[in-house]
Design a binder for this molecule. Structure first.
Ligand code: 5AD
Ligand code: SF4
Length: 488
C-alpha cells in the first residue's frame, strides 16, 4: 500500500477532484504521506486553462523526477486537464511519468496503479464517461467534512468560447441526477457542513437528466429586450428548480452558492430563486470576459454587453445589495485599445466586488488559434495592470465601506492568529475573536477594520451558537449597489 501526496493546480473543480482522489486512494487502503519526502506516490492534478499552468507542471515534474532518480520506487501520476489534453504526447516530454489519467477516470485509480506497478510502459487512461457519467460524491465524515463544502452538479461544457480549452479537456455537458445532488448536500450538512457551493463549468445550464424536476417559477419567461425573438437564446436550464429542491430538502443548510454560471443562463427563474430563497448568498461570480461587443462576438460568448447588463440589472432589482465578481480576459486576438476601453467602461458601469483578470493565452485545440495572438505581451500586461488598478480601487472602496456595518459571517475555523476565521456572503474573509462553539455558525459581526483582502470584526453580545437560524434578510427595495448589511 502506498503513501500518497496530491499536488493540485487550477480551479475549484480540480481542488474538489483532488479531495475525491484522496478519498478513492484511502478507500483502497492507501494512506496520506506527510509530504513529498515520505511519499511513494505523487499525483499531480493539472490545469491547462492558460499556458502558465502548464509551465508550472513541467517544472514540478522536473523537481519530482529528480527525487525519483534518488528513489526509483516513487510513482508519478499526472491527472486532470493536461493529462486529458496531451495524453501519450505528454509522456514523450516527461518520460518519468508512470500513469496518466483524465478527470473522468478517478474512480479507476486504484486499479490503474496496480497496472502501472507491473507494466513496462506508462499506463494511460483518458476516456470520457459519456455513456454512464459518474459523479464522485464527497465522503461525509463528521470531523473531516468542512463547514464550507463543494458538490458537483454537472461536468463538461457545451459552449464553444473560442479561447477556451475546457470543452476539449472536460468533454460535453453531463448532468447529475437531482436526487443524488440533494442527498449529497443533506449528507454533508448532517456531517457538519453549513455552506455548499454547487460546482459546474456552466453550472446554471443544469438540466435534470431524468426529467425529475418540475418547472421553477419564472421558467420559460424571457422578457429580455436584447434577446427577444432569438430562438438560439431560448433557455431550457433547470438550475433554479435544482436550487429550490435543495433549499426545500435541506433546512440545516445556511448558505448556498454556485460557480461558475454563464450569463446567458441567468434566467428569470434563477433571479426569482435568488429573490425568494434566503439560503442563496447575495453574491454571484458572473464571468463577463470583455466589455466590447466586437470582442464578445469573436469570443463566441453569445451575449452582448447590453444583454449582460440587462440581466445584472434584473438580478439587482430583485436582490438588493447583491454583489458580483467577474472574470476578464485582456489582449484577446484583435482587441484594440478602444475595445479595451469598453471593458473598463463596463467595469465602471456594473461595479464588481472582485475581478479575476487574465492575459489571453493561446491554447491548442481552440478556435481562437486561427485568429492569431496579435496583442503584444507588453500591451497585454499594461491592459491587465490598468484593469487590476480599477478593480482594486472598487474593491478597496467596498471593503472600507463595510467598516461599521453588520455582516453575516459563517465561521469556518481559526486563522493563524488564533482568531475565528469566516466569510461574508461575498466570500470576504473576516477575522474576529470568539469561542470555538461559533465555528459552523452564521453570526452577526460588526466590521471594525478593513485590509486589502480581509476584514476585521467583532461579534456583539449573544449570538445563536451551533447551527444558527438564518436571520431574515431584507429583500425589499434598497439602493442597487449597497452592501449586504444585515439588521441586528
Ligand atoms: N486565456 C486567458 N484566460 C482564459 N480563461 C479561459 N481560457 C483562457 C485563455 N485561453 C479564463 C476565463 C475563464 C477563467 C476560468 O479563465 O476568464 O472564465
Ligand atoms: Fe470555457 Fe466558455 Fe465553457 Fe466557460 S463557458 S468553460 S469559458 S468554453
Amino acid at each position: 500500500m502506498a503513501r500518497f501526496t496530491v499536488i493540485t493546480f487550477g480551479c475549484q473543480m480540480n481542488s474538489h477532484d483532488s479531495e475525491r482522489i484522496g478519498e478513492v486512494l484511502r478507500g483502497a487502503g492507501h494512506s496520506e504521506a506527510a509530504g513529498l519526502a515520505d511519499a511513494d506516490l505523487v499525483l499531480l492534478n493539472t490545469c491547462s486553462i492558460r499556458e502558465k499552468a502548464e509551465q508550472k507542471l513541467r517544472s514540478e515534474v522536473g523537481r519530482i523526477a529528480q527525487l525519483k532518480r534518488e528513489r526509483p520506487g516513487l510513482t508519478i501520476a499526472v491527472a486532470g486537464c493536461v493529462a486529458q489534453q496531451e495524453g501519450e504526447s505528454l509522456l514523450k516530454r516527461m518520460p518519468e511519468v508512470d500513469l496518466l489519467l483524465g478527470p473522468d477516470n478517478i474512480p479507476e485509480l486504484p486499479r490503474l496503479l496496480l497496472e502501472a506497478e507491473g507494466a513496462a510502459a506508462p499506463v494511460v487512461r483518458t476516456a470520457f464517461d459519456l455513456e454512464a457519467p459518474h459523479f464522485l460524491a464527497a465522503a461525509a465524515e463528521p470531523g473531516r467534512t468542512p463547514v464550507s463544502a463543494f458538490v458537483t452538479v454537472m461536468k463538461g461544457c457545451n459552449e464553444r468560447c473560442t479561447y477556451c480549452i475546457v470543452p476539449h479537456t472536460r468533454g460535453p455537458e453531463r448532468y447529475r441526477p437531482s436526487r443524488e445532488i440533494v442527498d449529497e448536500v443533506a449528507r454533508l450538512v448532517a456531517a457538519g457542513a453549513r455552506e455548499v457551493t454547487l460546482l459546474g463549468q456552466t453550472v446554471n445550464s443544469y438540466q435534470a437528466p431524468l426529467k425529475e424536476l418540475g418547472p421553477a417559477p419564472g421558467a420559460g419567461e424571457a422578457p429580455w429586450q436584447h434577446t427577444r425573438g432569438l430562438r438560439a437564446r431560448e433557455d431550457e436550464s433547470e438550475f433554479a428548480a435544482l436550487l429550490r429542491a435543495i433549499a426545500a430538502a435541506v433546512p440545516g443548510l445556511l448558505r448556498l452558492r454556485y460557480t461558475s454560471p454563464h450569463p446567458r443562463h441567468l434566467t428569470v427563474s434563477l433571479i426569482r430563486a435568488h429573490q425568494e430563497l434566503q439560503v442563496l448568498a447575495r453574491h454571484v461570480h458572473l464571468p463577463v470576459q470583455a466589455g466590447s461587443d466586437r470582442v464578445l462576438r469573436r469570443m463566441l460568448r453569445r451575449y452582448s454587453a447590453a444583454e449582460y447588463e440587462e440581466r445584472v440589472a434584473a438580478l439587482r432589482a430583485a436582490v438588493p445589495g447583491v454583489t458580483l465578481a467577474t472574470d476578464m480576459i485582456v489582449g484577446f486576438p484583435g482587441e484594440t485599445r478602444d475595445d479595451f476601453a469598453e471593458t473598463l467602461e463596463l467595469v465602471r458601469r456594473v461595479g464588481f466586488s472582485l475581478i479575476y483578470g487574465f492575459k489571453y493565452s493561446e491554447r491548442p485545440y481552440t478556435a481562437a488559434v486561427n485568429l492569431g495572438d496579435d496583442v503584444p505581451e507588453a500591451e497585454k500586461a499594461a491592459r491587465l495592470a490598468e484593469l487590476i488598478e480599477l478593480g482594486d480601487g472598487m474593491r478597496r472602496q467596498l471593503m472600507s465601506e463595510q467598516v461599521g456595518t453588520r455582516q453575516q459571517v459563517l465561521f469556518e475555523g481559526r486563522g493563524k492568529t488564533g482568531a475565528l476565521r469566516g466569510r461574508t456572503e461575498r466570500s470576504e474573509i473576516v477575522h474576529a475573536a470568539g469561542p470555538e462553539s461559533l465555528i459552523g455558525s452564521l453570526c452577526q459581526v460588526v466590521i471594525s477594520g478593513s485590509y486589502k483582502n480581509s476584514l476585521l470584526g467583532e461579534i456583539p453580545g449573544v449570538v445563536a451558537e451551533g447551527p444558527a437560524p438564518r436571520a431574515p434578510l431584507p429583500r425589499a427595495a434598497g439602493p442597487a449597489r449597497s452592501l449586504p448589511v444585515v439588521p441586528s
